[in-house]
Ligand binder design. Sequence first.
Ligand SMILES: Cc1cc2nc3c(=O)[nH]c(=O)nc-3n(C[C@H](O)[C@H](O)[C@H](O)COP(=O)(O)OP(=O)(O)OC[C@H]3O[C@@H](n4cnc5c(N)ncnc54)[C@H](O)[C@@H]3O)c2cc1C
Length: 309
Amino acid sequence: MTNMTGIFIFSEDRALAKQLLTPALELKQALGQPVTALALDGEAAAELAGHGADKVLVLQSASGWVEGLGDAVAGLVGEASVILIGGTQRGKHLAAHVAARLDAGLTTDAKSLKIEAGKLVASRILYAGLAVCEEEQSFPAVATVPARTFPAPAAAAAAGTVESVPTAADGRIAVTGVTPVDKSGVDISSANKLVSVGRGFRSKDDLHLAVELAGKLKGEVSCTRGIAEDEHWLPIERYIGISGQIVKPDLYLAVGLSGQVQHMVGARESKIIVAINSDERAPIFEAADYGIVGDLYAVLPLLTAAINA
Ligand SMILES: Cc1cc2nc3c(=O)[nH]c(=O)nc-3n(C[C@H](O)[C@H](O)[C@H](O)COP(=O)(O)OP(=O)(O)OC[C@H]3O[C@@H](n4cnc5c(N)ncnc54)[C@H](O)[C@@H]3O)c2cc1C
């Protein structure tokens, strides 16, 4: 199963794998090469085959060890032009391993991908969002793409083929068990509405104002780094920004937070940003679609009551 050409995609995260099909299908147009998806089970394979992959290879007995999985992926992609990998923490680790195995270049956190003069040109954000750079790679080119950068494509008119492929297991290291990190159980990055709190809140007890509003909106509460890392009022997986989570909800309600660039890098791709801040010169108002200059202690109860009504 080597010497295949084309565009390959892989992510262990099923939603992200589907999203990778969107840029892969655009690259297919430019290169005139097929899109092959790699999957770990038949269910994931069927979903990818139904959403535009020309072919899906199901890796049998894939290693849970990233280096082992990386060897298997590198072995299957043969003479690929472009390999897109889901930009999760494990995905980035995997991508580095695959790129090293193929002696290929690697762009991480690609925001856009195109073909120019026979090369992959990927853009990524630099300096906490102050600049966007374009990286050019000859083939084979590897790139990781963060979750929710692209929407998943619609179902395809005709399904691609699905094939099982044996993968050579490396017996030197075996994963004997996996213990998930004990999180609060909330995946902020997949929430559609976020009420995000900052140091404008005077105490942890006051956060109930945000929790109530988030509940009414059927959303979640997120925060700035100071609220999670300095005050420890919320778990660290709830903070947004360059060193926290990158989110892209439909609604981002920024309450009592100043909107510093390190925070906004994680939130600025939200569809609608609404800011509530008592300081009319706060930078958050530059990023916001709608702004309320006011005391959050007065505004939040009014908003919650308005939604109740
Ligand atoms: C290397 C580095 C990485 C960083 N990474 C991150 C990151 O990933 N995420 C992150 O969030 N930060 C990060 N930071 C910190 C970041 O620079 C800001 O300091 C932080 O985001 C500010 O948090 P804040 O908005 O909660 O607090 P502040 O900047 O103190 O803002 C509080 C805001 O609340 C308003 N306010 C006060 N009282 C009220 C009231 N009653 N009603 C309404 N508004 C009120 C104020 O006007 C003010 O605008 C990083 C910093 C560095 C140096």
